[in-house]
Design a protein. Structure first.
Length: 147
């Protein structure tokens, strides 16, 4: 059941990311032929995780796939954070799947539970940390600027 509900959360977040694409009435981009049923499905695999200092991350969609729009799952050990609060040019969303988190925005920490979305505006200091005794799993949805 937990896997089913997590799948629903991922599907909802992917829909949010793609809303602007479906609302457009322009001709399809020239590179639309690169997308196939095989490369448009990404099932979690422990073989493809990237270890971090406090857990691991898994890229469902990295910057090379869909015009630099990304979907990443971060897993953080109890009472740890991937990094301290920070800010950057790109805005992003977090979506908590499992565990107890604390979200930081503009100098204030607040506790959040699973199935909560968090928005991090551009150039606003933000962060997330594990406030519980079990792993924290959350999604990061972000579009990176072109280099």
């Amino acid at each position: 059941m937990k896997l089913f509900v997590s799948g629903i959360g991922i599907m909802i977040l992917m829909c949010i990311m793609m809303v602007n694409m479906s609302a457009q009435t322009q001709d399809p981009p020239a590179d639309s032929t690169k997308y196939t049923i095989e490369n448009c499905i990404n099932t979690f695999s422990r073989d493809k995780i990237e270890k971090t200092a406090v857990g691991y991350q898994y890229w469902f969609a990295d910057t090379s796939f869909a015009d630099r729009k990304t979907l990443k799952m971060s897993v953080v050990a109890p009472h740890k954070a991937t990094h301290p609060p920070h800010k950057h040019k790109e805005d992003e969303f977090f979506f908590v799947l499992e565990g107890k988190a604390e979200f930081y925005l503009k100098g204030k920490w607040t506790p959040v539970e699973p199935y909560t979305s968090l928005y991090c505006p551009s150039w606003v200091e933000h962060g997330i940390r594990n406030a519980g005794d079990t792993e924290l799993k959350y999604l990061v949805i972000k579009k990176y600027e072109k280099k």
